[in-house]
Ligand binder design. Structure first.
Ligand code: NAD
Length: 512
């Protein structure tokens, strides 16, 4: 008999699934879960078979009629209770995030806090679902739209935010009256299992929220299961596109958020000290493994570029790199040895492509980081748009500076790039900021804000190949994504018997 440790805090733990309100051992096979700061395996996670995925979907489908009938007020109260329980257990969850992902404890706390903002928003379910009403659309006729849940919906999430990205999805889906099957990243699966147990403790009925762990087998099983009405995906662009195409072809509603290459444009009038500080966090926080990370800085004019590169180089020299568990660390390791080698390969490539490597993090030695997947911060100057290090998502601590002569050239770079998740402009001029925000082809714009991640009452989504599907994550878009509009038109006949009408009822003549 396998042991399943939902808390996942013993090294030998085998992590299974969470189905029907309880942990469920996996049939296997198992994948190693590694602490990226040490390179050591800390637990193993089951890969769900198609049959196990089908069982989880069945549990969700069985729970749905009762959950659909539960009032939005009660659903909201369960989410509010869940929020309190996550706060209570925050230290344990944060420790698991850091252990399996590698990010610093502070960063993990921030991730959890941003996820909880979505829970708070979702707890207002009665307000979110109250619908739209129009009186007297014709004489004595009222009309309204209400928003009904879809049924069973699935979420597939990436490694880089193992608590927050699932919380972009399930709180809103549950608030709207759906049942949920989550497939978290196999690289850091513990936080999702912890959240599942807390939802049950908060009073969520069995089967309303389920977790299946695993890899592409589980993903494809969810995409092909006819009982799954909608799929939310966050991850890399090739997989996002695969999920979008296959899910849509199977008749499902799909939102698929993909990769990014976010530009920060620095105008000649920018406050360079504040800009450099903001860019350091946005480029190297979480070791650059954020879809909103700034990976390209476009400097308008050589003077700005020289001054900014000087400032960034000085700050990188002070960056404290080490195990995320240790206090006072700014940047932890990358997620796996393979990914570290891939990112390092991009740095080698940039040198071959002719970019100027101003700060080389490849040889950085990390005290206490032996065996971990560390890479020091790297800064390239004189990168051009023809280079692969500019065009491709690296997803690591590599910042590329591109030099242009005019604001129009900077904007053209932002707009011509295949990705359009976020973009930022640094300037003291309101007109320039307004022009950039209006013209930039990206979904989330920062003005003197390097990481413009929308708060929970807005929605998160990119443009171009950073997002597939019309509706973004959380916020108002997700209420529309997780519900189906139904529009009612109502009239109660009076005592007079109406004559039959054969013309199409237009508003000018309606029931006059
Ligand atoms: P990934 O695409 O490798 O994995 C995401 C999910 O898809 C995981 O659950 C994984 O198990 C599954 N998966 C992986 N390969 C698959 C395949 N071939 N078929 C079906 N499923 C598959 O992404 P990742 O490495 O975990 O995360 C990093 C990527 O996610 C980056 O590209 C980053 O930009 C992106 N990301 C985007 C956003 C956003 O909001 N746009 C947010 C976070 C991360």
């Amino acid at each position: 008999m396998q042991t399943v440790d939902v808390a996942g805090d013993t090294p030998a733990a085998l992590l299974g699934h969470y189905v029907g309100g309880a942990p469920l051992p996996g049939a296997g096979p198992y994948l190693p879960v590694t602490n990226p700061a040490t390179g050591r395996q800390v637990r193993q996670v089951a890969c769900a078979t198609r049959g196990e995925v089908a069982d989880a979907v069945a549990a969700a489908a069985e729970a749905w009629p009762a959950w659909r009938a539960t009032t939005p007020l009660k659903r909201g109260r369960i989410l509010a209770r869940f929020r309190e329980l996550v706060e209570r257990d925050a230290q344990r969850i944060v420790a698991a995030i850091t252990e399996e992902h590698g990010k610093t404890l502070d960063d993990a706390r921030g991730e959890l806090a941003r996820g909880l903002e979505v829970v708070e928003y979702a707890a207002g379910a009665p307000e979110l679902l109250k619908g739209e009403h129009a009186r007297e659309v014709g004489t004595a006729i009222d009309s309204w739209s209400e928003f009904q849940p879809l049924g069973v919906v699935a979420g597939i999430t990436p490694f880089n935010f193992p608590a927050m990205v699932p919380m972009w999805m399930f709180p809103m889906a549950l608030a709207c009256g759906n049942c949920f099957v989550l497939k978290p990243s196999e690289k850091d699966p513990s936080p999702a299992l912890m959240l599942a147990a807390l939802l049950t403790e908060a009073g969520l009925p069995r089967g309303v929220f389920n977790v299946v762990n695993g890899d592409r087998v589980a993903v494809d099983a969810l995409l092909e299961d006819p009982r799954v009405e909608a799929v939310s995906f966050v991850g890399s662009t090739p997989v996002a596109e695969h999920v979008y195409r296959h899910g849509s072809a199977a008749g499902k509603r799909v939102q698929a958020l993909g990769g990014a290459k976010n530009h920060a444009v620095v105008m000649p009038d920018a406050d360079l000290d504040n800009t450099a500080a903001a860019l350091m966090g946005a480029a190297f926080g979480s070791c650059g493994e954020r879809c909103m990370a700034i990976s390209v800085v476009v400097c308008v004019g050589d003077e700005v570029a020289d001054a900014l590169v000087r400032r960034l180089s000085a700050r990188i020299a002070e960056l404290r790199v080490g195990p995320g568990q240790a206090e006072g660390i700014d940047m932890g390791p990358l997620i796996t040895a393979e990914h570290r080698d891939r990112v390092r390969g991009y740095v080698d490539l940039g040198v071959r492509e002719g970019a100027q490597l101003v700060v080389d993090g490849r040889a950085a030695t990390i005290p206490g980081g032996e065996g971990g997947f560390f890479l020091g911060a790297c800064l390239f100057d004189r990168v051009t748009s023809a280079m692969r290090i500019y065009r491709e998502e690296i997803f690591g601590p590599v910042l590329c500076v591109v030099r242009v002569d005019t604001p129009a050239e900077a904007l053209a770079l932002v707009n011509d790039h295949e990705y359009g998740n976020g973009a930022a402009v640094f300037t003291r001029d309101g007109g320039t900021a307004r022009w950039f925000a209006d013209q930039a082809r990206a979904g989330m714009i920062g003005v003197n804000v390097a990481l413009p991640v929308p708060v929970a009452c807005h929605s998160f989504g990119g443009w171009k190949r950073s997002m597939f599907g019309p509706l973004a994550a959380y916020g108002p878009d997700s209420v529309r994504f997780y519900t189906r509009r139904k529009t009612l038109t109502q009239r109660w006949p009076g005592e007079v018997v109406e004559r039959a009408r054969f013309a199409f009822p237009g508003s000018a003549t309606a029931q006059d």
